[in-house]
Design a protein around this ligand. Structure first.
Ligand SMILES: [Cu+2]
Length: 689
């Protein structure tokens, strides 16, 4: 309102505001949908996390511990090659309402399927620009939201889209940012009371994280809740005064929020600080990176925060979705919230105020003045789900533990890279009281090298690469929500904190996909495996369950995970006790050690990057040449890449799409190299006399 409108304008404004708030209180836009998503899922699976709590717990029990052995494939549908190619991951949770399944692929294409037969009812091809150069970690979309007869989702190009649920026709499309400025969307939104809530990715591109709320009917932006304070705002004293580093400090929201209608709060977790590995210019705790946050669901106003990692320099995102749960502690009913961090701990808080529910201690940690490290870090009471110290490896002078420090000499640390728990969701089963926590075990060599901020470019400030030949495994752990201690734990042959996750039911079951294509049913109480089925593709997405015509189905998308290296695909599988479809042949398993793969090409002096949509691969990955040979790298992919010696002896620098760069090798030796922005890309050059 303008100041000159005077008294009558002001009165009118107040009346209009009162009327608006009364209207929104009186008539929810889709009250039936809101009612359904306030309770644990049964017949339908309506939100990414099953309901507004993200528990991924279904009340269905037709399939249970006594009969799950009879589970067979009911149908398998291929999604016409959408998201099929090495640059994609398939991590989406399908949604089901009234017998129709809605699923989104790594290319942001949406399909509606008959949930009983798998028949494709309609399809929406996003046409998303394949040249988007601000994709951090594989082309992926973690899911859609439903409500008001529409399907809602975010795209890589930072558009939020609404489709008609019946036809798949576009209803509205709203850009909430520009991908050219580093902003992409990979997380699923939630819908509640006429509002869409969606996070934004780009923590590796110098973004300012935020939760965006949109009007579900028309798509206009209602408000933004920033995860980084502007100078002068609450929390800005945790950034250096007189600078604007917080404006590009990351704190992306990688995952689906949760919402408590009674408390009127929406909850989410935030990603790493930017630049990832260089804290030298951003002295302070750097709120609200690597935090759990609560904001007012109507206005976006700050309610509380809990920072898991102060002044993050280790890429320790809180990337897994927050989970709301109710519990009893010391005889008192408590409203809990939990999140599994990349530190390997589960953080358990009171969701009314953000205070620890079980206990979290601030403890002194090692210091590196050049990195401006925080004096203390939070250590949750209870058990970590992955080892928090690196084992020594040949060629590396230092192997250190969590929150230890590094500068310009590579230091081995653990957890690292994509683990403990990264994007994978953590379900909660109210019958067992357990969280089911997927974890990645991997060691990285951390190095700081410093970066200048350039709009829309990588802004890492350093790197972490898993040393050649170092093991990469995983854990799957049941954590008691009352103690934060391990009840049972299974070691996994592959990294599991990345794309997977699980789903749990009132039938006493836990369904978990595997990167080797196997889909498993476990006893939720003991972890005992009761059933497995080979899906034929990397089964790296979280499963769901639903019911059509009185028959319970379990479904999972199988299409592999780019970061893990599991078998790519475009399939949706559904299972039931009456199923007739048999298992497929096992796909190639993902690597269990870090390093280049494939045959050694003798005499090859040309290496291609990004051929055939396999964005993150050197081809051939391993070559043998004579001393004095000049090797040329050509980038046919969509993103800038580099070829950088693991020991930084040589570096092509950025090779933009369509460009070539060359290096001449005079000294005989065995050179391993990586891509600096994508350190999971490996190459090898053997130079002979
Ligand atoms: Cu690269």
């Amino acid at each position: 309102m303008k100041a000159k409108e005077g008294h009558s304008g002001l009165v009118f404004g107040i009346l209009a505001a009162m009327l608006c708030s009364m209207v929104s209180l009186a008539w929810a836009v889709d009250p039936e949908f809101d009612r359904l998503q306030r309770q644990s899922p049964g017949k339908d699976w309506l939100t990414n996390g099953g309901d507004l709590t993200n528990q991924r717990y279904s009340t269905l029990k037709q399939i249970n511990t006594s009969n799950v052995k009879q589970l067979k494939g009911a149908w398998m549908t291929r999604l016409k090659g959408s998201g099929l190619g090495g640059k994609y991951s398939f991590e989406a949770t399908p949604l089901v309402k009234d017998g129709v399944m809605y699923v989104i692929t790594g290319n942001d294409d949406v399909f509606a399927l008959n949930a009983r037969t798998g028949e494709i009812l309609w399809e929406y091809w996003s046409g998303v620009d394949q040249k988007i150069s601000t994709v951090c970690c594989g082309w992926v979309n973690r899911g859609v939201a439903l409500g008001e007869g529409k399907v809602f989702f975010g795209q890589f190009d930072a558009n939020v889209v609404a489709l008609d649920m019946k036809t798949g026709k576009l209803v509205w499309k709203t850009p909430i940012e520009q991908w050219e400025h580093g902003y992409t969307i990979t997380s699923a939104p939630i819908y509640y009371d006429g509002t869409i809530y969606i996070g934004i990715s780009g923590g590796e591109f110098g973004i300012r994280g935020r939760l965006t709320a949109l009007n579900a009917e028309r798509g206009e932006i209602l408000w933004r809740a920033y995860t980084l304070p502007a100078p002068g705002e609450f929390g800005s004293d945790t950034w250096p005064a007189g600078t604007d580093h917080s404006m590009r400090g990351g704190a992306a929201i990688w995952n689906t929020p949760a919402l408590d209608p009674e408390l009127g709060l929406v909850y989410f977790a935030t990603g790493n600080c930017g630049p990832d590995y260089d804290g030298s210019m951003r002295e302070g705790d750097n709120l609200f990176c690597a935090s759990i946050m609560a904001v007012n669901a109507k206005t976006g106003a700050y309610a509380w925060h809990f920072q898991q990692v102060h002044h993050d320099i280790w890429d320790y995102d809180a990337a897994s979705p927050v989970v709301l749960f109710d519990t009893v502690i010391d005889g008192q009913p408590r409203k809990g919230i939990a999140e599994a961090g990349r530190t390997g701990w589960v953080y358990i808080l009171d969701r009314t105020n953000g205070k620890p529910l079980i206990g979290i201690e601030e403890r002194p940690v090692p210091q590196e003045p050049r990195q401006k490290t925080a004096k203390t870090q939070p250590f949750p009471v209870g058990d970590a789900t992955v080892p928090q110290c690196a084992a020594p490896l040949p060629g590396y002078p230092e192997a250190r533990c969590i929150f230890d420090v590094f500068w310009e000499t590579p230091v081995l640390m653990q957890p690292s890279g994509i683990g403990g728990t990264n994007w994978s969701p953590m379900p909660y089963n109210p019958d067992t009281g357990y969280f089911y926590v997927p974890g990645t075990v991997r060691t990285s060599a951390f190095t700081r090298y410093g970066d200048k901020f350039k709009l829309g470019k990588r802004y890492d400030g350093g790197s972490q690469a898993a040393p050649i030949g170092s093991p990469q495994t995983g854990t799957f752990t049941a954590i008691d929500s009352k103690t934060n201690k391990i009840v049972w734990q299974q070691t996994q042959p592959y990294r599991t904190g990345q794309g997977g996750g699980s789903m749990t039911t009132a039938g006493g079951l836990l369904f978990r996909g595997g990167s080797d294509g196997n889909f498993h049913a476990l006893d939720a109480r003991t972890g005992e495996e009761l059933w497995r089925f080979q899906t034929g593709f990397g089964a790296d997405a979280p499963a769901i369950t639903y019911e059509v015509d009185g028959e319970q189905f379990v479904a999972i998308t199988t299409g592999g995970n780019q970061s893990i290296g599991s078998a790519n695909g475009d399939a949706v599988w559904a299972f039931s006790l009456k199923g007739q479809v048999h298992a497929l042949w096992p796909p190639p398993p993902p690597p269990t050690v870090a390093g280049p793969t494939g045959p050694i090409a003798a005499g090859a002096d040309k290496v291609e990057i990004g051929v055939n949509n396999i964005e993150y691969r050197y081809g051939p990955g391993r070559i043998r040449i004579k001393a004095g040979t000049t090797v040329t790298w050509t980038n046919s992919g969509d993103l800038p890449h580099t070829a950088t010696d693991m020991e930084f002896k040589w570096d092509t620098g950025d090779i933009d799409p369509g460009q070539s760069k060359a290096v001449t090798f005079d000294a005989p030796g065995n050179y391993y190299y990586i891509c600096r922005p994508h350190p999971w890309m490996y190459g090898q050059i053997i130079v002979e006399q």
